[in-house]
Design a protein around this ligand. Structure first.
Ligand code: C2E
Ligand code: CA
Ligand code: CA
Ligand code: CA
Length: 279
């Protein structure tokens, strides 16, 4: 079974039955979750290996379900994509993350780039560019302090439509990252054509990077690609010092994972960043 946070939803019944019941409960509840203020963002920092400074913070959505507790996005984001609810949810995530980044600055923290995950479904929606512009305008966040995390599939599936959109965003100064790199229909050519600042090595390659030569070879190939194309590489899911040492030795720029910090609520991450900056 997948590891889940405290209070995550679990039912001990046969798999099929559980799936459909869970789906029903979640789908019914998700429709009103935004209006009922049940969604919340947690934030996870990334650290530059060479300098030790914090290179940015990723916003990760959670659902505070009245009966089920804190529901992981792995549970409800796929459902939100299928139903289209990811469009209003994603709009809320963008607005909230941008406003939070400005609020941290107003509290006296150094400006931090905030990263927001975008799902494929949001790219199919006409309002995406307007939503991003609105989030920036309403918060007053500098565009270069916003980073959008996109999977390879998003770009590949609708390249003709997506490329001009992403180019326009990059010209605005917004940063772009390819998330979960290596797990989708990736191609080297894609990275060349696509105006990207950062590539995130998927955690599935990092987990066993020390023991599994295939994973190590993939991680090394992605790091070499980053060097060749001058794209920053972030390794995600870094949990141990040994993994960090492996990545450091191979020139990885940044790490993200439980080793540095778990995703935390906004106030806790502000305290973490403030004490880290002092140390
Ligand atoms: P992701 O974007 O690849 O995010 C990384 C996931 O790995 C997060 O799970 C994070 O909590 C977890 N993680 C971070 N460090 C470690 C580590 O050291 N070890 C392990 N085992 N896990 C680590 P989370 O928060 O449950 O999010 C799951 C996925 O849900 C995300 O994967 C992303 O695809 C999606 N998601 C989250 N928030 C949003 C959102 O606002 N919008 C959209 N469209 N998708 C989101
Ligand atoms: Ca991500
Ligand atoms: Ca990822
Ligand atoms: Ca992922």
């Amino acid at each position: 079974a997948k590891e889940e946070g405290r209070g995550c939803f679990r039912l001990f019944s046969p798999v099929i039955e559980r799936r459909s019941f869970e789906r029903l409960v979640l789908e019914t509840g998700l429709r009103g979750a935004l209006e009922r203020n049940e969604l919340v963002l947690h934030y996870q920092p990334k650290r530059r290996i060479a300098t030790g400074d914090i290179s940015g913070i990723e916003a990760l959505v959670r659902w505070r379900h009245p009966a089920l507790g804190l529901v992981s996005p792995a549970r409800f984001v796929p459902l939100a994509e299928e139903t289209g609810l990811i469009v209003p949810i994603g709009r809320w995530v963008l607005a909230t993350a941008c406003a939070q980044a400005v609020a941290w600055q107003n509290q006296g923290l150094a400006p931090l780039r905030v990263a927001v995950n975008l799902s494929p479904r949001q790219f199919a929606d006409e309002s995406l560019l307007a939503d991003i512009e609105a989030a920036l305008a309403q918060s007053g966040l500098r565009p270069d302090l916003l980073e959008l995390e996109i999977t390879e599939t998003v770009v590949v599936e609708n390249f003709e439509r997506t490329l001009p959109l992403l180019t326009a965003l990059r010209e605005r100064g917004v940063h772009l990252a390819i998330d979960d790199f290596g797990t989708g229909y990736s191609s080297m050519a894609l990275v060349k054509q696509f105006p990207v600042d950062t590539i995130k090595i998927d955690s599935s390659f990092i987990r066993d990077v020390l023991d599994n030569p295939d994973d190590a070879a993939i991680a090394e190939a992605i790091l070499a690609l980053g060097k060749a194309l001058d794209v920053a590489i972030v390794a995600e899911g870094v949990e141990t010092e040994a993994q960090e040492a492996f990545l450091r030795a191979r020139g990885c720029d940044q790490i993200q994972g439980y080793l540095f910090s778990r995703p935390l609520p906004a106030d806790e991450i502000a305290a973490f960043v403030a004490s880290y900056e002092l140390s």
